[in-house]
Design a protein around this ligand. Sequence first.
Ligand code: ADP
Ligand code: MG
Length: 391
Amino acid sequence: MTEKDILNYLMHHTAIFNSNEKLSIKEISDGNINYVFRIKSQNKSVIVKYASDKIRTSGNPLSTERNRIETNALIDENNYAKGSVPMIYHHDENRSILIMEDLYDYDNLRYALMNQRQFSTLGKDMTSFLTKTLLLSSDFIMDPKEKKQKVKNYINPMLCAITERLVFTEPYDKEINTNILTKENEEFLIHELYEDEHLKLEVAKLKYNFETKAQSLLHGDLHTGSIFVKEGSTKILDPEFAFYGPAGYDIGNIVANLIFAWTRCAVGTGNKDFMNYIKDTITQIIDGFKNDGMTLLKEKVTDRMYLNDEFLNNAIQDILCDSAGMCGTELIRRIIGDAKVKDITTIDDIKQKCKAECFCVLVGKSLIKQRKYIWNANNYFEIMDDIWEKL
Ligand code: ADP
Ligand code: MG
């Protein structure tokens, strides 16, 4: 759809703008997959997200079903965690058009953290989002028949296949030519990722876990570029990868992306205040999920078989161990794979960039291999501090 088609659509299929309003339209996406337009009148603006049947950047085919899944996920996430996502104004399933609130006064969290900005409620907001969306959508709390219906509605084969390939396969396979290795780090990456059989075994287990554990409704792509912030408010965008998977995948993803922000700062300005802020945020997320998650389960679980403190403690612990492993896979795939993160790629000094890459890969490997023993934020920091000192 062209800009003209979008404006025509807005006029003839929605009542968002009056026919006498003068509108401006701009394609604003910095993502890879969809078209995102901002349409403004004098006193209002909205976002139109349009999913074509091809990926915007590569032109490869991709099911437009992702637009329906994103819309449903935004609705469910808002039901579980009120106000955590942009408001939906209109959805057209046949045309794959989603119209939503324009978060014009929010910033992309990745860029904000690259500039060492701090937001006082980020940790608390993320904990609330994760605890509520992951647990309220699970069999611990939801009626099992309703939950199975949801699993069915969120079957998302093509987008899951992308994750299975990019996150759990390609980073460990030297035959794959999509990996992009920083030349100065080639030997290190080949040795640490392609030649470590124990690591590959543990990643195979995590991959199988991702494919088979229909535990919770996941966002599915919870990196810092999917989070928009302003002081006192956090919004989560872009859940087109949503499906029922292991709860730890979302938690691990966001923690890994916070570790990228920490690493960038550590090899750059070394601003201790900001590095402590990132660690505090990780603590709020990991330890917060443990505490608030337990409180929520105790309050909401009704299945009499599950009303057992030891069972519920184990459940939370199991999610946190998964989180550590998934965090490790995200740390690794963003260094060696072709979907990199700007936090690391834009480090100018090549020595520092190599150090940052080594750090992320080694922390990732330890998290994957030791995940059975990792269920506190401090366990993450012990690994990070130990590896940092040795580099
Ligand atoms: P994709 O699925 O193609 O990655 P995203 O949903 O991530 O697309 O959106 C791409 C970009 O468009 C975002 O990074 C943001 O800059 C902008 N954007 C998307 N949705 C909104 C919104 N509701 N308000 C403001 N900006 C938005
Ligand atoms: Mg997307």
